[in-house]
Write a protein that binds this ligand. Structure first.
Ligand code: MTE
Ligand code: CO
Length: 438
């Protein structure tokens, strides 16, 4: 077993806490406040605030004795101040500048399948472009009958669709090829988010411009300083791509491409061009920087895979995990997320012994194609050390591989597309570590 090499950039285990774990569910009810505080401290990093006895039964807590805050105080709602540690985080040593950088979704602190807009990880190559929608134009040209330029208002008159999709950066988990590196669910897996997009189908836009007979490929380009561009195969564009202007019901956030982004369901995040300014139609791929020098998979023999578009099935247990130690012996809930760029998740298996034996977890509805799927698994922890894993299977029959299986095919030159099975070592004191088993 290989333990993680670098210390966690944030969040320590419960070593400075008595492991409150040694309670059953009934005792937990009476000690719930204390245990809850410990958990909140670890999750939120606000280091174990003790409960104020004046607020506990039989006392009337202070918030019931005074009027609350008036409505005008929060024209745009914010999370509770007690959740202030549930934020996107970056790894300072990872990139030289914040304009070409990434931060990570706090997966360990979320439930369900939707990522709140303010917690969606960001990845940009030239900073966040601040665009006035009145001045934004979207152009379609190349092998089309009618080159067109649209305003945002023009686009909003097309038939509207709303769809739930995950977006995963191809580099998610990219630091873990040569061994477990980061003792954190957020940093090892947090380059993924899942929201409901609203917008128009790319097919409708392409049809309005009229495709020429030799049209086969598209080039999508962003209006940010990086002018990021990617080649998209026409089949995919006509199948399910969207041009989105909303996420989770409100306008896209600036960092997610306001006012317009391309949605390429199931395909690597790099293709989801933000601040979308033009689509050119051609008869062959462009082979831009982002699909040659970057976002290709270098194999052991020095050759690189040309395109790796679809994100293969993957899953991760988000609790327990390094940020969520196990606090109680006895009954516990294991939960996590699974996704596949090739369709629906069919099953998620859980192992307690590093992959020797597996039991199916419960998939929580809805289970949508190319969308995060939430799973739960009931668990009685006896206080022993456990090698906890989840393994996703998708509707094509594909099974999430071990790191060993991935290395056998891909070698260790890769950065992108690391969908290995994650192993969390649950220690006897409840602390959880990122490890790799072979
Ligand atoms: N589009 C533009 N115009 N510029 C960018 O830097 N980054 C890409 C993609 N689209 C990028 C972009 C990458 S690598 C990813 S993973 C996703 O956007 C990230 O989307 P998000 O910031 O909404 O999470
Ligand atoms: Co990316």
């Amino acid at each position: 077993m290989i333990r993680n090499k670098k210390n966690p950039p944030v969040v320590s285990g419960p070593s400075d806490q008595p492991v409150p774990g040694l309670m059953d569910r009934r005792t937990l009810l009476s000690f719930g406040a204390a245990a809850g505080t410990a958990a909140a401290g670890l999750l939120g990093g606000s280091a174990a605030r003790a409960a104020n006895p004046d607020n506990l039964p039989p006392h009337v807590p202070e918030w019931s004795q005074n009027l609350g805050v008036g409505v005008e105080d929060a024209p745009y709602g914010q999370p509770s101040e007690f959740e202030s540690e549930v934020v996107r985080r970056n790894v300072s040593w990872l990139t030289a500048t914040t304009e070409s950088s990434v931060n990570f979704t706090p997966l360990h602190a979320l439930d369900g399948i939707i990522t709140p807009n303010g917690l969606c990880f960001e990845r940009h190559h030239g900073g966040v472009a601040i665009i006035d929608p009145e001045d934004h134009r979207f152009m379609i040209h190349g092998l089309v009958e009618r080159p067109l330029i649209f305003t945002m208002r023009d686009l909003k008159r097309f038939p509207r669709i709303s769809r739930f999709y995950f977006l995963e950066c191809a580099a998610n988990g990219g630091m873990e090829w040569r061994g477990a590196q980061l003792n954190s669910c957020q940093f090892a897996h947090g380059m993924v988010h899942c929201v409901q997009y609203s917008g128009v189908s790319l097919r409708a836009i392409l049809e309005s411009a009229g495709l020429k007979a030799n049209a086969k490929w598209l080039l999508a380009e962003g209006a940010d300083a990086s002018g990021m561009n990617r080649t998209i195969p026409l089949d995919k564009a006509l199948d399910d791509c969207m041009i989105a202007f909303s996420m989770n019901g409100e306008a896209l956030r600036p960092e997610q491409g306001y006012p317009l982004r391309l949605v390429v369901p199931g395909f690597e995040g790099n293709m989801w061009v933000k601040w979308l300014r033009r689509i050119e139609v051609g008869d062959q791929p462009w082979h831009t920087r982002e699909e040659t020098s970057k976002y290709t998979d270098l194999l052991a023999d020095g050759r690189a895979r040309r395109f790796t578009w679809a994100m293969d099935a993957k899953s991760v247990i988000t609790s327990p995990c390094p940020e969520n130690p196990v606090l109680h012996k006895g009954h516990n809930v294991i939960t996590g997320l699974a996704w596949s760029g090739r369709g629906r998740i069919r099953r998620v298996d859980i192992s307690m012994d590093g992959g020797r034996n597996w039991t199916a977890a419960r998939l929580e509805a809805p289970v949508l194609p190319m969308c995060l799927t939430r799973f739960y698994h009931e668990w009685e922890w006896r206080g022993d050390s456990v090698l906890l894993e989840s393994r996703a299977l998708d509707e094509t029959g594909y099974v999430q591989p071990t790191i060993e299986e991935l290395r056998n095919v891909r070698g260790t030159n890769s950065i992108y597309h690391n969908n290995r099975i994650q192993t969390w070592l649950v220690n006897a004191n409840g602390e959880v570590e990122n490890v790799q088993v072979s």
